[in-house]
Design a protein around this ligand. Structure first.
Ligand SMILES: *Cc1c(COP(=O)(O)O)cnc(C)c1O
Length: 356
């Protein structure tokens, strides 16, 4: 009997025989002449890592460490080339272009819509009500052709954390109908709000994670997909044979050591302090109209005459992210939380602009 997840996946992916790499075929030999690798080392070396051989597709040590960190079983974890690749792999498994649709709820991370566009998958945008509430009636209306719903929590760029009861409601109305993807790229900044426990109850829930934000490792391109076994198995069919480089795997594994997790948490604490400090000072500035309350390492600020402010700061070498053109965000700028010194410089620059 076909289960729900199999039915939701693209039929051609269900029957796909995945590519068999030399690594997946394996073997216990001592002479490996099966992957057209070089038997000779390049003279470039990093920490004595073995770089002439292809890496593991799903590195055992890295998954073990992420399992310990997240509290999720190893079999429910897939390592990928950043959370962005996770967003993309899900579209490729579940959506047939020209037939299936994905739902996004702007204002939100725009890569969901962009990747759908690149793959020729229709994206129905169902804006959040007052940037906080999901529009359930609209979601229900489109659920029939929907394969994926992307929700970002905390949301980028607003910083808002969708109420857990609303998430449960989405999971209930999508049961057997669509996959719900919760993007937890920033969850370390409010870790107590993570939703991994819901994975036990809902086999159509997927959680995306990354080492790019709180872990401070955007440069190594490492993300994780957390989901039920059925979804993980489907994703494994289509993921590249060697998605992560050997140096990335090594650094990612180490970043999940007990000591490094401790220092990550200290950095998160510091950045949250910096955020509160920045908000406190911006509130006193008359050119600030509104500050969205954020639980992540950025804040969204509505300014009086935002494009002028954005350009003036730009010329001074302070580069922010303009959100003026995004749905429901006219006059808004997203500010990443920097060091305390960077926050002070920004506060001072904005004060000077306000006195103009
Ligand atoms: C930064 C970001 C990502 C991308 O993460 P990578 O792991 O660097 O690919 C995904 N989702 C959201 C919401 C982000 O802000």
């Amino acid at each position: 009997m076909e289960d729900d997840i199999t039915r939701l996946a693209r039929q051609d992916i269900n029957v796909l025989q995945p590519y068999q790499s030399a690594r997946t075929i394996g073997g216990q030999g001592h002479i490996f002449l099966n992957a057209n690798e070089s038997p000779l080392l390049n003279c470039i070396s990093v920490n004595n890592l073995i770089l002439n051989r292809y890496p593991e597709c799903q590195p055992e040590q890295l998954i073990t460490n992420y399992s310990a960190y997240s509290g999720i079983n190893k079999k429910n974890i897939l390592v990928c080339r950043g959370a962005d690749e996770g967003i993309e792999l899900l579209m490729r498994v579940f959506c047939t272009p020209g037939q299936d649709i994905v739902i996004t709820c702007p204002p939100t991370y725009t890569m969901y819509a962009k990747l759908a566009e690149i793959y020729g998958i229709e994206n129905i945008k169902i804006p959040m009500i007052q940037n906080k509430k999901l529009n359930f009636s609209k979601i229900v209306k489109h659920i029939k052709r929907t394969k994926l719903i992307y929700l970002c929590r905390p949301n980028n760029p607003t910083g808002y954390v969708i109420n857990v009861l609303d998430i449960v409601k989405v999971l209930e109305i999508t049961k057997s109908k669509a996959i719900v993807v919760i993007d937890e790229a920033y969850i370390e900044f409010c870790i107590e709000k993570n939703l991994v426990n819901l994975l036990h109850q809902y086999n159509h829930l997927v959680i995306l994670r990354t080492l790019s934000k709180a872990f401070g490792l955007a440069g190594i391109r490492c993300g994780f997909i957390l989901a039920g076994l059925k979804i993980i198995d489907l994703l494994k069919k289509i993921i590249a044979p060697y998605p992560l480089s050997t140096p990335s795997i090594y650094i990612a594994s180490r970043s999940l050591d007990e000591q490094n997790i401790f220092t990550m948490k200290e950095r998160v604490y510091q950045l949250n302090q910096n955020r509160n400090f920045l908000v406190h000072h911006l509130k006193k500035n008359s050119i600030v109209k509104y500050i969205f309350s954020s639980e992540a390492n950025y804040i969204l600020v509505k300014f009086i005459n935002s494009s002028k402010i954005f350009n003036m700061l730009w010329k001074q070498g302070i580069i922010l992210r303009n959100q003026d053109h995004e749905i429901q965000l006219s006059g808004c700028i997203r500010i990443s939380i920097g060091t305390q010194e960077e926050c002070i410089n920004l506060i001072t620059a904005l004060k000077r602009i306000s006195l103009h």
